[in-house]
Design a protein around this ligand. Structure first.
Ligand code: ADP
Ligand code: MG
Length: 332
């Protein structure tokens, strides 16, 4: 049976500020990915915001009973607050689509493209947007050709100032910073614990920026960029989910000119990857003004410390109103 976590939250009777007609929304949260806990927190926050805006919300944790539960419930809109594989890899989104359900977020096949960091980087680079030089390395190649042979070639090409990450994933899990050759083998093996393919990237320095893109029916628009300043220098898993480890600036402390470039580029990435309704595009802006694309998130984190909600608040809008407008735009 599908567990009903938040058992039919009833809209607050006093809430008059609903800008769209009340909808029956199923929020999906949990799942079995490495980011299950983050997803549960995102789901709870989305459910609260939507309930506060007058919508009727049910939270479901995807399991073998999910598709039957959705078929029986027939919600107006599904909100997949799922992170990591099964959500962001597009598999579940494709099934929602096949079931004819309206849902907030990108179509399954488009999500799958963005979920693969090497694929997203390739498509973005083709459009003339900068992304750090990288090598994509499958586990079998690493094993068959010999770690030492392979990694010495990687270093010849990319140097030793590197970031190693799983080719797909989130919440910085399996991501390592490498500053000397001796650290590289361990970093690659660490990435392989999360994915059979590792992405080895040149490390770029600058201001880290996360840019929410929202489309409620009038075309995608960038929210104010959020600047991330992690006390450790790296926006790691701990830096993300422990209060006080990271300072955020929303909007980012960048020039108006840079802010325009960031907004335009984020919308361009959202469009060229074929994304829908909502995404978060992450960059590093270096001292020369080059904006480096890191990755696109198709189901961005929506927890109390997540970037997209901060961006919405920085834009002067209410979370519940924006989420409600997204749900209304998704309904077909
Ligand atoms: N090429 C890079 N140069 C510098 N820092 C990077 C680079 N790639 C990733 N990082 C740092 O690592 C973090 C996690 O990497 P990212 O690719 O965004 O993975 P995730 O999908 O887990 O968020 C980023 O937020 C950033 O702080
Ligand atoms: Mg990221």
């Amino acid at each position: 049976m599908t567990e009903n976590i938040a058992a039919e939250n009833t809209p607050a009777a006093t809430d008059a500020a609903t800008t769209v007609a009340p909808l029956d929304i199923v929020v999906l949260a949990g799942g079995i990915s490495h980011e299950r806990d983050v997803s549960l927190r995102s789901g709870r926050r989305v459910a609260d915001a939507l309930t506060g805006a007058g919508h009727r919300v049910t939270v479901l944790d995807p399991d073998a009973g999910l598709l039957d539960a959705l078929a029986a419930h027939k919600p107006d809109v599904v909100w997949p607050a799922l992170h990591g594989a099964s959500g962001e890899d597009g598999a579940l989104l494709s099934l929602l689509e096949a079931a004819g359900l309206s849902f907030v977020g990108s179509r399954g096949d488009d999500a799958a493209l963005a979920w693969s960091k090497p694929t997203a980087k390739t498509l973005v680079a083709r459009a003339g947007i900068a992304t750090p030089a990288s090598i994509t390395l499958a586990k079998e190649t690493f094993r068959d050709l010999g770690a030492a042979n392979v990694l010495s070639r990687v270093i010849e090409r990319l140097g030793t100032d590197l970031v190693v990450k799983p080719s797909a994933g989130g919440s910085a899990q399996g991501v390592s910073i490498v500053s000397e050759a001796a650290e590289l083998p361990r970093a690659v093996v660490e990435a392989y614990t999360y994915s059979d393919v590792a992405l080895i990237e040149q490390r770029v320095s600058g201001v880290e920026l996360a840019v929410g893109v929202i489309d409620t029916g009038d075309g995608p628009e960038a929210l104010p960029a959020v600047e991330i300043q992690a006390s450790s220098g790296v926006y790691s898993f701990d830096a993300r989910y422990n209060a006080g480890e990271t300072t955020f600036f929303a909007p980012a402390r960048i020039s108006e000119e840079a802010a325009e470039l960031v907004a335009e580029t984020a919308v361009a990435v959202h469009e060229l990857l074929g994304l829908r309704h909502v995404s978060r595009i992450d960059f590093i802006l270096d001292a020369d003004g080059t904006l480096w694309f890191l990755e696109a998130n198709v189901l961005p984190g929506l927890t109390e410390t997540s970037l997209l909600p901060q961006a919405i608040e920085a834009s002067g809008q209410e979370l519940g109103a924006v989420y409600g407008a997204l749900a209304a735009a998704a309904r077909h």
